[in-house]
Design a protein around this ligand. Sequence first.
Ligand SMILES: Cc1cc2nc3c(=O)[nH]c(=O)nc-3n(C[C@H](O)[C@H](O)[C@H](O)COP(=O)(O)O)c2cc1C
Length: 340
Amino acid sequence: MALYKLLRTFAFALDAETAHRATIATLSLAPSLPLPSFAPELAQRLAGLEFPSPVGLAAGFDKDGEVPDAMLGLGFGFVEVGTITPKPQAGNPKPRLFRLKEDHAVINRMGFNNGGQSAALDRLKRRQRRGILGVNIGANKDSTDRIADYAAGVKLMSPVADYLTVNISSPNTPGLRNLQAGGELVELLAAVREARLPGIPVFLKVAPDLEEGDHERIVRAAIDTGIDALIVSNTTISRPTLKSPQAKEAGGLSGRPLKQLALEQLKKFRSASGGQITLIAAGGIENADDAWERIRAGASLVQLYSAMVYEGPGLARRIADDLSTRLSRAGMANIAEAIG
Ligand SMILES: Cc1cc2nc3c(=O)[nH]c(=O)nc-3n(C[C@H](O)[C@H](O)[C@H](O)COP(=O)(O)O)c2cc1C
């Protein structure tokens, strides 16, 4: 943590995207660490996969799948790369990534900048498979058939993924979140069902900016089409009161100010599903209290990104260790007993 604080001083002197790029470049040169071992009571089998720890890395940090093994080595129980679209795309004009230091938050309007699925496929094929790798897929901004983009992504990326995430909740691709609406969602998920390979779980990632009735409808569509889990949630377009000067930047807000909203949304999905579909929590998780609260509210797994910017990559490991202490204190033999 002391070393990270020192590195953070240098990183925070750079603009956020340059610092991020430098971090990925450094991690990609680092020798690969062995997979860490976790307390056995943290292990769970979900969607046919053995998760050694419930604390994962959320999508968007490693958009092109350049450093999943470094992140697994640093103590994440699973790592989700992406969002990756069928064709490469540049994303929005810079600046498009903002640290809101006073709020422990981030605003981004990256717009799915990525090198495209075939480049990521080649890269991920070269890795030695170990640990759990999720591949998060999206649609190109200029696509004339977004549903076809998701079906193509599911098919193409399955051979290198332990699970796939269908991301229809980014606020930075105009109109993308319309795919969460009734008819479109059913059509999309039916196309994904057709395209998917047996044995590769598919998760659906949703936005936190939903209305009454959306939760029931999304849960029904997901269960009817065999989706294995819901990730709740992506960044928010809402703006709670913020202190930082960048508060008015357009884009998706993440980190501490998203915490309450993401928790509320998780609870709504839990009550809409009654435990019939696995839930994965994301949004403002920055310590073991937050992770525990989400697990108690019905999440089987948690993911984080923004808090890592402030606390360093060792955070995942610290949260996992703290969760195992809480389990012993609560007299529980496995993390699964704490869910919901
Ligand atoms: C810079 C940045 C880029 C992101 N890019 C993606 C993305 O490409 N796909 C995606 O599904 N989520 C993306 N996210 C959302 C995160 O995966 C996560 O859902 C959200 O940030 C809430 O978690 P947090 O508060 O721990 O950051 C991004 C978040 C940030 C901060």
